[in-house]
Design a protein. Structure first.
Ligand code: ADP
Ligand code: MG
Length: 261
């Protein structure tokens, strides 16, 4: 198995399912036998709280990793899922976007911080903020691959070309190995033809890079974070749990990793 695969989950649009995918793909991979680290790179900290980490108890965060050059091993915390760890984010991280501007090696700080830890994990998922600023640049520079969640809604592809341009710039200047590995369709509502049209449109645009697994829009998926649980723990029989389990399987297949039964 290729170890320490780093995947940035990115889309500068907010509310497309980045954090939900980070939490539930991460948990899915961990439950299928991988050792997984999720790095919360969004000052909103939705992934952090969605994994049940209480903001009040966070000692160190992604901010300390980026700005204070703390060891990633000191910053990461276990979650309720075995073999799933998180580097939590606090609102402090919002300041990092500005502080980074004048810092030495400002685009490569996350990459440098994560390097020593990568061999300890099968997969590292970076949950990027909804912007194309220096935080996202750090995420893309630290990554081997990008996974783009796209919401099955009006204007689904809006902004995607801008994201692709930014990815290209990072490839040219900072991280030549970076690949767009996949696109995952989220919040699919089977009752509307619009949603099916978006699926068709995205498949035409991205071809085989589009994941076959489509994540349905379900209330259970939107409830789980307030209980601080991945969907696998909150409601393992739900459609959302089944979909993210399948997404994790597909992810592993696409990376030549054996799937446990
Ligand atoms: N498949 C889904 N079905 C229903 N609600 C979802 C689904 N995916 C995400 N959500 C909800 O939509 C909102 C935005 O999702 P989120 O993952 O936080 O997006 P992002 O990280 O891209 O901003 C959250 O409230 C989340 O709980
Ligand atoms: Mg988010």
């Amino acid at each position: 198995m290729k170890e320490g695969l780093v995947v940035a989950i990115a889309n500068q649009k907010g509310g497309v399912g980045k954090s939900t995918t980070a939490i539930n793909l991460g948990a899915g991979l961990a439950l299928q036998g991988e050792r997984v680290l999720i790095v919360d790179l969004d000052p909103q900290g939705n992934t952090t709280s969605g994994l049940g980490i209480d903001r009040g108890t966070i000692e160190y965060s992604t901010y300390d990793l980026l700005i204070d050059e703390l060891d990633a091993a000191e910053v990461m915390e276990p979650t309720s899922v075995r073999d799933l760890f998180v580097v939590p984010a606090t609102i402090e991280l919002a300041g990092a976007e500005i502080e980074l501007v004048s810092m030495f090696s400002r685009e490569t700080r996350l990459r440098n911080a994560l390097k020593p830890l990568e061999p300890e994990f099968d997969t590292v998922l970076i949950d990027c903020p909804p912007s194309l600023g220096l935080l996202t640049i750090n995420g893309l520079t630290a990554a081997d691959e990008v996974l783009i969640p796209i919401q099955c809604e009006y204007y689904a592809l809006e902004g995607v070309s801008q994201l692709m341009r930014n990815i290209q710039l990072v490839q040219q200047n900072l991280n030549p190995q970076l690949e767009v590995e996949g696109v995952v369709l989220t919040m699919f509502d089977g009752r509307t033809t619009l949603a099916s049209d978006v699926v068709t449109q995205v498949r035409e645009h991205f071809g085989p890079r589009t994941y076959r697994t489509v994540i349905p829009r379900t209330v259970r998926l939107s409830e789980a974070p307030s209980y601080g649980e991945p969907i696998e723990a909150y409601d393992p029989m739900s459609r959302g749990a089944i979909a993210y389990r399948e997404l994790a399987r597909e992810f592993r297949r696409r990376h030549g990793r054996e799937s446990n039964p």
